[in-house]
Design a protein around this ligand. Structure first.
Ligand code: TF8
Length: 336
């Protein structure tokens, strides 16, 4: 009796939730979600997770299709496609958004976040939201931050133990002035280049090195063309999931709500998955033959001292001093 009652209740609940998914206002849609990394990467896994969630929440009405390996274009190209309404969703580094909202460069200031927990708290809190909201006036809507991760340095020339070892190394950086200034400060020859062109540039020797989290170094197979890895953790790099505002404005309230819900679920999934992958990546890279160095805290401190030039240059631009101050205030609260 008891069991029968239970199964009736469960049956009604399932029927109810199906009915409400159908009653909710969802249009059948094909949604293109572009990203730059390989399908077999933390980014690809999280895009697939998001697609499944959206499928469930929309009662099967939304078909979210992932396009990996920059097959819809580099990060800056996808941003323009979102603004123009030619693509619905993308994920990429906040660093490549500086051409649209320059304040995003604040996340790129070297050695800002001490650990993942600080990053999560600031990004998911009012500071991260306020910055995200600035995208709307430019034709994009920010949904959530994912983790790209702490960035480390690889190159084909020599092991890096101290700043001087970087001298003259042609190092690919993202298309972002903070990165260019930071690596010039370290003595490297910083070359801005889209990520989609990076593997070939490393392979042909157009550049000697690059910097990215270990997860990306692994999933992009940079170990095939790079011998040395230095664990510098010089910047914590967020990813941000953004959608086209033109497209977003045409969604129903139910659709917007589900989109936000799936995005939040994908964020939690992605961070967990990336952190697990990151913990394993160093061992994998070693097995692949990379030689790994860990510059001492003293050496990292010397590197950090040179970055005041990059930081001051960023802060000197209109509105940026305020943003830097706000971020520092948030961090000070956390460190109390
Ligand atoms: C870079 C970034 C990229 C990501 C990815 C393409 O080095 O870290 O790996 O933005 O989404 O350009």
């Amino acid at each position: 009796m008891n069991r029968l009652f239970k199964s009736i209740v469960i049956g009604l609940a399932v029927a109810g939730s199906l009915a409400s998914a159908q009653a909710a206002d969802f249009k059948p849609r094909i949604v293109r979600f572009g990203y730059g990394l390989a399908e077999d990467s933390n980014q690809g896994r999280a895009v697939r997770y998001f697609a499944e969630e959206m499928g469930k929440l929309s009662g099967g009405k939304w078909k979210v299709k992932g396009f990996g390996g920059a097959s819809l274009g580099s990060d800056p190209q996808m941003q323009n496609a979102l603004i123009g309404g030619a693509q619905e969703i993308m994920v990429g580094s906040t660093a490549t958004l500086v051409g649209i909202v320059s304040d995003f460069g604040v996340y790129d200031l070297p050695f800002v976040f001490a650990n993942e927990k600080e990053a999560d708290t600031v990004l998911d809190g009012p500071f991260g939201q306020k910055l995200m909201d600035k995208l709307q006036a430019k034709g994009m809507v920010g949904l959530v931050y994912w983790e790209n991760g702490f960035r480390n340095l690889t190159n084909s020339k020599r092991p890096i133990n101290k700043m001087e070892d970087m001298a003259g190394i042609k190092l690919r950086v993202m298309q972002n002035p903070v990165y260019i200034d930071m690596f010039k400060g370290f003595g490297a020859n910083a070359v801005p280049l889209a990520f989609s062109e990076l593997f070939t540039a490393l392979e042909t020797g157009t550049v000697d090195g690059q910097e990215n989290p270990v997860t990306t170094i692994e999933s992009s197979k940079f170990y095939e063309v790079q011998k040395h890895l230095a664990l510098t953790r010089h910047v914590y790099s967020p990813w941000i999931v953004t959608v086209s505002k033109k497209w977003y404005d045409g969604l129903s309230a139910d659709e917007k709500k589900a989109l936000q819900q799936a995005a939040a679920a994908s964020r939690d999934f992605e961070r967990k998955d990336s952190r697990a992958a990151s913990a394993k990546a160093i061992e994998v890279l070693k097995q692949k033959g990379m030689q790994i160095t860990t510059p001492s805290d003293t050496e990292l401190g010397r590197m950090r001292a040179t970055t005041t030039v990059a930081v001051d240059k960023f802060a000197a631009q209109p509105g940026h001093a305020e943003v830097v101050k706000e971020l520092q205030a948030e961090l000070a609260k956390l460190r109390k």
